[in-house]
Ligand binder design. Sequence first.
Ligand code: SIN
Length: 283
Amino acid sequence: MAMKIERLTPLLGAEVTGIDLAAPLDADTHKRLYAAWIEHAVLVIRNQKLTPPQFAQAARLFGDLMQQQLAKFTLPDCPEVGTISSRDLPVVDGKLHVRGENYHTDHSNFPEPPKATMLHAVSLPSKGGDTQFVDVRAAFDQLPEEMRRKLVKLRSPHVYESSHSPRKMAALSPEERAKVPQTLQPLVIRHPESGRAALYLNTGRMEGIEGMPQDEAFRLIDQLYTHATQPKYEYRHAWRAGDLVIWDNRSVMHQANADFDPSEYRFLYRIMLKGAPLQPVAD
Ligand code: SIN
């Protein structure tokens, strides 16, 4: 069976078929798979059926595993694998309160945010529960030049939960809260492997912009968020049984959807891969 990689949209996302990640990959297939992930930023690898340890092994094809922040959302006998379960979520006014229901990039308040996040579908609702992605590389490229020149000089403090956050972050135990970092991140980052520039945004965590009055800073953040989340930058993933999706947190933002029947079970395994400090475009 030969691996096949096909684009899902002109800007981002590719579908991969013809591989079984439960078995070892030869060096050439591994190299092509990794290169496709860097280029397309989101890979949808179809028809996988992985146990949690097999999922962890498959994740190591792309990097080193990062420890999960919230111990309560991990598998007791395989703690490097996190879980996203509809049964962990409260129902508010007949609708599930899902984690991640606005575009964001994971753990942007960490000095070394995860380079990738991976999900493997275990149980899916009959409809809804898609995951959306937007290409923040293309969003940056398509800004007017003057704006790009201004943005590359800016940095933003990222905290656990911004005072302007559009969503409530998960409640933390005192021990978890004590470990939560906050950090300054460039507003535009340079991808360490592709060299492409990208907007680095997370409205849930950005607490303004360094050296800018708060009202002006939050207006700019909102303007950039509105620009970057236009449908022309989007790939919307409708989950199928057996899907394994890996995305590059330095190239895309993602969001979850709570538009499925709360009585149906949605359960996915989740792994994040260790990242490095983010590089600004202009030094
Ligand atoms: C996430 O934000 O990592 C969750 C994505 C999803 O559940 O669709």
